[in-house]
Design a protein around this ligand. Structure first.
Ligand SMILES: C[S@@+](CC[C@H](N)C(=O)[O-])C[C@H]1O[C@@H](n2cnc3c(N)ncnc32)[C@H](O)[C@@H]1O
Length: 202
């Protein structure tokens, strides 16, 4: 079937509905708008996403940036397979590549330069993944990271339940690293989305 916006829209709607039923996490509505705005400003030619799930956000990014190529990394083989099916159905298989495996292992196999990075994989691994991707980022690259406020446990004084402490501590380290090395904005709606771009050199 020939790709059209309308066709892609109905695939996105179906994907969203099924993902909700199967408890597959996908980007929330508030964060979608922030991501869209960041992409409109960055106008990336090449995008790297960590955390594909079923490919919802990858397909959204493909719709918003119809000129761009996207590499998206997913740990879970079944999810990656499902994402590839949706990507093919949307006619985007020439622009979106879904790579299965642990991002810690697949990132070093990727070829940049990427103008946009979307971090939406394991919340305790953002800093590790960021440092691994940094050599692949172009000079104008923008990084978006979802869930940086992680249920209010990253900034502020809320008590973090024991089982989430490691994630909260690691997310704090990610936020601190980004604030030190990049220009950053955190949008607090939803679970917190950070947009980061390179500091201007003097
Ligand atoms: C929040 S979901 C991604 C949602 C997707 N970006 C969307 O909005 O449609 C996070 C995904 O990261 C994947 N993930 C977890 N650990 C990973 C790892 N080490 N490497 C790659 N992907 C990983 C999970 O399997 C899960 O599907």
């Amino acid at each position: 079937m020939k790709y059209t916006d309308r066709h892609n829209h109905s695939i996105l709607e179906e994907l969203e509905e099924k993902a909700l039923m199967e408890h597959i996490p996908i980007i929330r509505k508030t964060e979608r708008q922030i991501l869209k705005k960041a992409l409109e400003q960055a106008k990336p030619n090449k995008i790297l996403e960590i955390g594909t799930a079923w490919g919802y956000s990858a397909l959204l990014m493909a719709e918003w940036c119809p000129w761009a190529c996207i590499d998206t990394l997913e740990l879970d083989q079944d999810r990656a397979e499902k994402a590839r099916e949706y990507i093919k159905e949307a006619g985007c298989q020439d622009r979106i590549r879904c790579i299965a495996g642990d991002a810690a292992h697949t990132i070093p196999q990727m070829q940049g330069p990427y103008d946009f990075l979307y971090l939406d994989g394991p919340k305790g691994q953002y800093l590790r993944h960021m440092k691994a991707v940094e050599p692949l980022l172009s000079a104008r690259a923008v990084t978006a990271a979802d869930n940086v406020l992680f249920r209010g446990w990253v900034e502020g004084t809320l008590q973090v339940p024991r089982r989430f402490r490691t994630i909260a501590v690691r997310m704090r380290a990610y936020v601190a690293y980004m604030k030190e090395n990049y220009e950053t904005d955190i949008y607090p709606d939803g679970d917190g989305m950070m947009i980061a771009w390179r500091k201007k050199t003097e």
